[in-house]
Design a protein around this ligand. Structure first.
Ligand SMILES: Nc1ncnc2c1ncn2[C@@H]1O[C@H](COP(=O)(O)OP(=O)(O)OP(=O)(O)O)[C@@H](O)[C@H]1O
Ligand SMILES: [Mg+2]
Length: 247
């Protein structure tokens, strides 16, 4: 039995009269790159917000380290998000008047790394994310791909237990998308647990476990080997499975 790091049970989310998540059960396992795939409006972002404590649920529980985080206070949830979780979105949300390097380092300081730890970890990530040339520039002066790579670095500067990503390649062209996805794969191979929600098949390919969300219910699961480069067999397995799911 593998140990779940985060478990959702009966997660329900209503917006007014509309139920968007219908009692979802989900476990995230340490070291997994879990992808939630589904059509626009199926509830992927809502599920990510519910699991990460970014938004309150209408029913059900989310357990992290033995605690139901849905019952934690706002302050405790904020602290947990800052220390144990990392986030990447379609938009980078980098601070415009700080360089990429300063953005990454500041996130480390906010997550309570010491000055030295934050600086060292930032330089390590700048190398890993191939940002040596861009790290001294402001977000507005670099390419979309460089900015998003910095956003990924910022999200993992404090070595979070789970990296949450919501359509991280949604605003990127194909070349930049592949670079960002390569980073996710690289982090995963180094042991990072990831939850990525997307309707991008190329992004889904990077997962080793893919869940299908349809109208607020998980309707399918595909387990794949850990991504190790382009692989036609993997691509056809995913395509066939997605067809079965009604993609
Ligand atoms: N704050 C909100 N108030 C009302 N309805 C909402 C709110 N947020 C989301 N919804 C609705 O919930 C449903 C699921 O939305 P969600 O954003 O989770 O879908 P998604 O799968 O992430 O879609 P996309 O692929 O377009 O990002 C949609 O019908 C959406 O209109
Ligand atoms: Mg969404």
């Amino acid at each position: 039995m593998r140990e779940a790091i985060l478990s959702g049970r009966g997660i329900q989310k209503n917006f007014g009269e509309t139920t968007v998540l219908h009692g979802i059960d989900i476990d995230l396992y340490a070291g997994d790159f879990t992808v939630v795939m589904g059509a626009s409006g199926s509830g992927k972002s809502t599920l990510l917000y519910a699991l990460s404590g970014m938004d309150r649920v209408s029913g059900g529980t989310v357990t992290y380290q033995g605690r139901d985080i849905t019952r934690a206070s706002e302050k405790e949830q904020t602290k947990l998000r800052a220390s144990a979780f990392g986030f990447v979105f379609q938009k980078t949300h980098l601070i415009g008047n700080l360089t990429l390097r300063e953005n990454i380092r500041m996130a480390g300081l906010i997550a309570a790394l010491s000055d030295r730890e934050a600086a060292e970890r930032t330089e390590q990530l700048v190398q890993q994310m191939n940002l040596q040339g861009a790290a001294g520039w402001l977000p507005g002066a670099v390419s979309g791909g460089e900015a998003q790579r910095a956003a990924v670095a910022r999200a993992v500067v404090h070595s979070p237990a789970i990296l949450f990503a919501d359509e991280p390649t949604g605003a990127l062209n194909r070349a930049n998308s592949q670079e960002v996805l390569d980073l996710f794969s690289c982090l995963h191979r180094d042991g990072q647990s990831v939850l990525l929600v997307t309707h991008d098949r190329d992004a889904a390919l990077r997962g080793n476990r893919i869940l299908y969300l349809e109208d607020g219910r998980i309707t399918g699961e595909l387990v794949l080997p850990v991504y190790a480069g382009r692989d036609p067999t993997r691509e056809s397995r995913l395509t066939a499975w997605l067809e079965e799911q009604g993609w």
